[in-house]
Write a protein that binds this ligand. Sequence first.
Ligand code: SF4
Length: 237
Amino acid sequence: MNSNPDLARHHGLEGEALVASLHNRFAHRLALVSSFGAESVVLLHMVACVDQAIAVIFLDTGKHFWQTGYYRSKIIDLLGLKDVRIIRPHTGDVTLLDPHGTLSGSDPDACCDLRKVRPLERALAGFDAVLSGRKRYHGEGRDQLAGVSLDDKGRVKGEPLAGYDAAAIAGYLKRHGLPPHPLIEQGYFSIGCADCTQRGGTADNPRAGRWAGQDKTECGIHPSADGRLVRNQQSGV
Ligand code: SF4
């Protein structure tokens, strides 16, 4: 059992039960960060089942597929989400650091820092707990993902879908009649910014189309307290 009481109380929970437990503890100081991507609707649905007023943060990098904007609007209406916050990078930062919009090609880490990491840190001010939809089956360093952990700012990080695999995601979508992102039928398994997302991937390796051909696998918005992804060895959750 984890000795940190803010982690221990949520020990062994996953899915909607973990969302409910974190909401019970943190109430309006809990937020979900969602890309409204390929599998996002599962966690968005769980959050809406617990409380439609939970804050949902979407990082509008200015680089998303137009289909993601369409899908975001559709899901907000479908689930009745009441507090979706569309967060953009500072115009001054973009003008200074990426005036031609080409930084993703020359320095993707700097681009993610400009368009994701900095805006998210501003957006999370005032929140003490945050939900994300990462899963161990996605691999690429996520295979040891903890169900609950602390991020580098001391916030509680909940990963309700950590133990979900492709079959569990598909089953949840089917059970609840949730609509897929429109790019899935075009061969995308994981959907981020258009500059850095290609068709491809497989059910077992859905993120293969993200930053394809590069060493980069993460955008930098998930720093843990110790810089690692650590799985709870006792529960696997
Ligand atoms: S995913 Fe690509 S386009 Fe999006 S912020 Fe990161 S480097 Fe820039």
